[in-house]
Design a protein around this ligand. Structure first.
Ligand code: ZN
Length: 116
């Protein structure tokens, strides 16, 4: 599959996340990215005007699973969120709460002790 808009966005957010891991940066927020994500969903035919529509759209994307570009992008954003909160302790609250359904534990291996 060609790298489309979602693929390019995933590459960008993955780069940011890796950069963020390397140096403790104060600027965890990604201004505008949530609106851009919703705009992309809208252009791809999802209804995202209300909270309920957004929840349904994200659940549909989640059920489609890994390999679907919008799933992979949502997971990439959730990974950035996890890195910001759990790994760097840069923010106290989720940056993208609706994307917590895509979140996985931080894979860095640096803070397993927290889980016990
Ligand atoms: Zn970590």
């Amino acid at each position: 599959m060609a790298v489309g808009e979602a693929g390019a966005a995933l590459e960008a957010v993955t780069r940011l996340e890796q950069e963020f891991r390397r140096r403790a940066d104060r600027g965890a927020a990604l201004p505008g990215i949530w609106d851009a994500f919703l705009g992309l969903l809208h252009r791809r035919g999802y209804r995202v005007s209300t909270e309920a529509e957004r929840r349904d759209a994200l659940e549909e994307i989640r059920q489609t699973g890994a390999g679907f570009d919008l799933y992979d992008l949502a997971e990439g954003l959730a990974r950035y969120d996890t890195t910001a909160r759990e790994c760097r302790n840069a923010v106290a609250y989720p940056l993208f709460p609706p994307l917590l359904i895509f979140a996985r534990p931080c894979g860095c291996g640096g803070h397993e002790r927290k889980l016990t």
